[in-house]
Design a binder for this molecule. Structure first.
Ligand SMILES: [Zn+2]
Length: 331
């Protein structure tokens, strides 16, 4: 019986196998190249540091969960998108200073949530940090402020003898309570607080290149909002020399002034050097009106809008360096 004749493969099958092998080798080569070139060995784009809400060592009025623990003023019912509720700012601002100091409430939001300022030190040079102006959309700035408050309470010596530092941990608590996303950006009147300050104010603006994920406005008039009024009154009664207004995310550092004021540009560069945040910032073509930084510059401060690298992390280590720059800043 003849041995079964081995079927001779057609030249096309042989060619197909050959191509397969070449293909496999190609995939392997691409894989090796991908591993070699992939960003595994590159520095991570952001600090590998979980964002966290500070919960310890804060004064008793600290409210880590605005939805459950906020203390409302009597007779004011929390009511998102409510009609105007007139609130009264307590005056004068009796800020005592010193480590472990309790926050002073400088006013209330549309829905009656307190606007708290923490004070550290008793020196002549007055510095200020404002967080949360865009509420829950930029909630990590509030988390950063809380981390800084905790850190300074534990290390009060980092505030020089000749300085006083004010931290307004959350200028837009209604937005923070409403949503940690697009809907959390505006206050309970639907106003973008960083468009409501009485410098270069406009009710509306061309949305080209600007944030446009939801309806908002600059308010019915300059400083129409209780949050803005409270901070304007604070800035009018204090000689703040340098101010950082925190935002997120990733666009960089924007000096105050229109056009940018020269000392605020120097301040932005100094902050960029220690934090790694971009200066000049990303130019998206947006025209900014009625910003806190512009108003602070008009009041004689150097001021910047400074963006954290993401909407998630607090970039604590970088911003501890920014704090040092803020505290030691000389014109
Ligand atoms: Zn913002």
């Amino acid at each position: 019986m003849p041995a079964p004749r081995r079927k001779k493969e057609s030249p096309w099958v042989t060619l197909a196998w050959g191509l397969n092998l070449v293909g496999l080798a190609g995939i392997a080569l691409v894989g090796v190249a991908y591993i070699a070139l992939s960003p595994v060995s590159a520095a991570p784009p952001v600090e590998a540091q979980p964002a966290r809400r500070a919960t310890a060592a804060l004064p008793a009025t600290y409210t880590p969960d605005p939805s459950s623990k906020i203390v409302y003023l009597p007779t004011i019912t929390p009511n998102p998108r409510s009609t105007l509720i007139v609130v009264q700012s307590p005056t004068p601002f009796a800020l005592s200073g010193g480590a472990g100091t309790k926050p002073v409430i400088i006013g209330y939001s549309v829905s009656g949530r307190p606007l708290e300022v923490y004070t550290f030190g008793r020196g002549e040079k007055q510095r200020m940090i404002v967080a949360g102006i865009h509420g829950g959309y930029e909630w990590n700035t509030i988390a950063l402020a809380d981390e800084l408050i905790t850190h300074i309470n534990e290390n009060p010596e980092i505030v020089p003898d000749d300085a006083t530092l004010y931290i307004l941990r959350n200028l837009n608590p209604d937005g923070d309570a409403r949503d940690h996303g697009y809907d959390g950006r505006v206050n309970d009147h639907g106003v973008d607080l960083n468009r409501n300050f009485p410098t270069n104010w406009a009710a509306d603006w061309d949305r080209d290149g600007c944030w446009d994920y939801g309806p908002t406005s600059g308010g019915a008039a300059p400083a129409s909002e209780p949050e803005t009024k409270a901070l304007v009154a604070f800035l009018q009664s204090h000689k703040i020399e340098a101010l950082i207004s925190y935002h997120s995310a990733a666009l960089g550092i924007f000096p105050g002034g229109e056009p940018w004021e020269k000392d605020s540009i120097r301040f932005a560069k100094a902050l960029a050097e220690v934090t790694g945040y971009k200066f000049p910032p990303l130019d998206t073509g947006c025209v900014f009106t009625g910003t806190l930084a512009d108003y602070a510059v008009e009041r004689g401060a150097v001021a910047v809008d400074m963006e954290l690298s993401t909407h998630v992390y607090t970039d604590f280590t970088r911003n501890l360096k920014a704090l040092k720059t803020l505290l030691e800043w000389e014109r």
